[in-house]
Each structure stands twice: as structure tokens, then as C-alpha cells.
Design a protein. Structure first.
Length: 225
């Protein structure tokens, strides 16, 4: 999922010059344009942030509703919905006039990145983000420092395993985002907006597999109904 987010975020920037998932950069750009009185551009950056928040809110409402109704694999169902919406966005991009494609692409992806980020936040208890790397890069620095202090005998060695596990997880996620970004640009250069269909199909495949696994585990009595 981090690789897909990296691919979409970087490909969108390559295509139209805006990030759909980097809210730190978007808020900074909003401040810059507001300070210079460039209100129209500033409003667009504000819309990106607001729609990202709406995506995260929609995701959380869906997950909460699924939990209350005991929906199997509600997290995977939410990602499945993201995949379907990505394909729908791809269809819209094929049909609308060229001048409208940039704003629709960025705002649509912003909503979906907010949705995805909220899902992973819930799954990992706020330990992992898949749509940006600022927090995880900070965590990598913290974990490296803690392991350094443990190696020097300054901290409890019993906690080394958990720091190593987190370091591995965060490093893999950042590298996946990076690799996805490279692949995303290459794919966009080759197939253009059809990248949205590929990304949507990947998310649908991942989520469908998780849903089927949850159902199988439930039928075998490994998970409560």
C-alpha cells in the first residue's frame, strides 16, 4: 500500500505539479500563497488539505460502522472501496476535458490518500502511515538512537527487539514509498492516466485476498464471527 501511495503521489506531481498526499508541503504552500495575496492558488491548496481530511473522516466512519455491524475484514473492505474509486477516477479522467484533468486528479487522489492513510493508522494503532514519510523518518531516527543507547548499556536491552521490529517496519515502508514513486513516474510516462486503473486493480487484489483470508479463518473457527 505504501508503494501504491508513493506511485500515485509522485506520478500526480510529475503530471500536474501538485502532491496529493503531502499535507505538510501543501499547508506550507498555502501559507506562502496567502502571504503573497495569491488567493486563488491558495484556495486550491486549502481544498487539497480539506479533501484529504474528508477522506480520512470517511474512512473512519466506514470502519466504525463496520465494527459495530461486525463486518468481516472491514479494513480490507475499505481498501477495496479505495481501489474501486481509483478506477472510477481513472474513468473520469478519460472522459473530462484536458483543462479539468489536473484539478480533478489531485483532489480525487487527495481524498483517496486520506482514506488510505486513516485505514492504515487504525490498523497499526497510529504506528504506520503509508501516504507520507515524515513521521516514519522521525521514528527511524528515534529507533536508531534507542538501539545505539541500548548497545552502549544506557537503556534496557530487553526493549531492543521491539525497536528493531519497528525500525524494520518503518524502513521497509519508506523504501516501498520510494520505490513506488520511481515506478509510478515510469508507468505514468508509459501509460498516462491508465496508471489509476493499475493502482486500483492492485489495491482491489490486496483487499480481496485479505477479505477471503478473514472469511476462511472465521469458517475454521480461528476468528470470532
Amino acid at each position: 500500500m505504501a508503494a501504491v501511495a508513493g506511485a500515485l503521489n509522485t506520478a500526480a506531481f510529475y503530471a500536474v505539479g501538485f502532491f496529493s498526499a503531502n499535507m505538510t508541503g501543501n499547508v506550507s504552500s498555502l501559507s506562502d500563497h496567502a502571504a503573497r495575496g495569491e488567493w486563488l492558488t491558495g484556495v486550491f491548496y486549502l481544498l487539497i488539505v480539506v479533501i484529504f481530511v474528508l477522506g480520512a473522516s470517511s474512512s473512519t466512519l466506514l470502519i466504525n460502522a463496520g465494527r459495530r455491524r461486525q463486518v468481516l475484514g472491514i479494513y480490507a473492505v475499505t481498501i477495496l472501496i479505495e481501489g474501486v474509486l481509483l478506477i472510477a477516477l481513472g474513468l473520469v479522467e478519460l472522459w473530462i476535458p484536458s483543462l479539468q484533468k489536473g484539478p480533478v486528479l489531485i483532489l480525487g487522489l487527495s481524498y483517496l490518500m486520506g482514506l488510505q492513510n486513516a485505514v492504515v493508522t487504525h490498523i497499526s494503532n497510529a504506528r504506520v502511515r503509508t501516504t507520507h514519510v515524515s513521521g516514519m523518518s522521525t521514528d527511524i531516527g528515534i529507533e536508531l538512537s534507542m538501539l545505539f543507547d541500548i548497545a552502549r548499556g544506557k537503556e534496557e536491552p530487553a526493549e531492543a527487539a521491539q525497536y528493531k521490529s519497528r525500525l524494520r517496519l518503518h524502513t521497509q515502508t519508506v523504501l516501498s514509498f520510494l520505490g513506488g514513486g520511481v515506478v509510478g513516474v515510469l508507468f505514468y510516462q508509459a501509460i498516462g492516466d491508465r496508471l489509476l486503473f493499475v493502482a486500483g486493480a492492485v489495491l482491489m487484489a490486496i483487499s480481496t485476498r485479505a477479505i477471503l483470508r478473514a472469511k476462511s479463518a472465521t469458517s475454521m473457527g480461528l476468528l470470532p464471527r
